[in-house]
Ligand binder design. Structure first.
Ligand code: FES
Length: 372
């Protein structure tokens, strides 16, 4: 037996004898490889974790390497012995160990259970080696409650089952169920905050509306004030400068006597002077006189009715003869006369500043008529 084989056997025996960690086993293997001598035994005081698996895999790897390199060597001889000192590297040993473990996983699942139990409590050891647990080891892990419950629900296999034996549909059912809890909750929609841009735009719109409204109110107010001021100014002007009626002169000429034949009532001076010039007989004397066109009842202007030869008041129906004496209606007295005379030029001149009333006997005054 070579030195390497002896060392491997020694390591395996030590691993079997004591619980060693993978790091310790690897350190012993490196020491043996570097020195070619016997490696110092690992500290016995350190507790071994996953020692069984490591020892088994290391020994198996050593044997596999030996078998690959020296197939003709005896079964008890190691590869180092077969090759005469060419020892496999630790990486190769670990690789072969993993391959062997993967190949033997289905068959060794049941017996590997204790080893898996031993390796499970110390995941730090696996982390230290830098390798993830292989799939066969996962299959050999202790059966957990999820797999047992999944199998019980599926009814495929009563009792505890491993993860590998658990129905494939159970795994996806368990995980999504746990994940669907938050997804199943009705999530209220997140309220959207109004952006500052919208607030600014709304504020600007509000300010614009207020400005327009205030401007409109002020415009209407000023317009009303302007109209009121204009009307007030107009009223003040009318008060200060009232309409002045152009009063006709109180004395005016109406023409020569020949223009007023006997029995003639001239009405062309009614509108301008308010006078009828009449040539008629009164108390047996033919006279030309000027009658005032004001009804003695309430002051209306009567109309001369040529066909009826009378003055007729349209207001209340008072009637006057051609000489001005009242004969019907409410008029209490005859019409009045203005003064009339012959001017220097021979024309008849009417003077409205003097009036003559028949009931007072004033028509007998020569100033109240001109003989025709
Ligand atoms: Fe002429 Fe009354 S005013 S009748």
């Amino acid at each position: 037996m070579t030195h390497a084989s002896r060392a491997g056997v020694k390591v395996s025996s030590m691993a079997d004898r004591k619980k060693m960690s993978v790091a310790e086993i690897l350190a012993a293997a490196r020491a043996q490889k570097a020195g070619g001598g016997e490696s110092s035994p690992p500290a016995e005081s350190e507790p071994a974790s996953a020692a069984d698996n490591a020892a088994e895999t290391t020994a198996a790897a050593s044997s596999e390497v030996a078998a690959a390199e020296a197939p003709a060597a005896p079964a008890a001889a190691t590869p180092a012995v077969a090759k005469g000192g060419a020892r496999p590297s630790v990486a190769e040993i670990m690789k072969l160990a993993r391959q062997k473990a993967a190949a033997e996983a289905p068959a060794e699942a049941a017996p590997a259970k204790p080893a898996a139990k031993a390796a499970a409590p110390k995941p730090a050891a696996a982390k230290a080696s830098g390798d993830k647990p292989a799939a066969p080891k996962m299959a050999a892990m202790p059966r957990d409650t999820a797999s047992i419950l999944a199998a019980a629900r599926a009814g495929a296999k009563p009792g505890p089952v491993s993860k590998a034996d658990a129905p494939a549909s159970a795994k996806p059912q368990a995980k999504p169920a746990a994940k669907e809890k938050p997804a199943g909750r009705p999530v209220p929609p997140k309220p959207t905050r109004p952006t500052p841009t919208l607030k600014k735009a709304a504020a600007e719109d509000r300010r614009g509306f207020l400005s327009v409204a205030m401007g409109s109110f002020m415009a209407v107010g000023f317009s009303a004030l302007s109209v009121t001021g204009g009307l007030f100014s107009l009223g003040l002007a009318r008060f200060l400068f009232p309409n002045v009626l152009a009063e006709p002169p109180s004395r005016f000429k109406v023409g020569f006597k020949e223009a007023f034949p006997t029995g003639k009532v001239e009405t062309k001076f009614v509108a301008q002077y308010g006078v009828w010039v009449v040539n008629s007989e009164f108390q047996g004397v033919e006279q030309i006189y000027a009658l005032k066109t004001v009804c003695t009842h309430l002051g209306c202007t009567p109309n001369w009715l040529e066909a009826e030869q009378k003055f007729k008041c349209p207001c209340h129906g008072s009637g006057f003869y051609k000489d001005g004496v009242n004969f019907e209606g409410p008029a209490p007295r005859p019409l009045e006369r203005y003064a009339i005379n012959v001017s220097d030029d021979g024309q008849l001149e009417v003077d409205k500043s003097r009036t003559f009333q028949e009931e007072l006997g004033q028509w007998a005054d020569p100033a109240s008529f001109v003989t025709a």
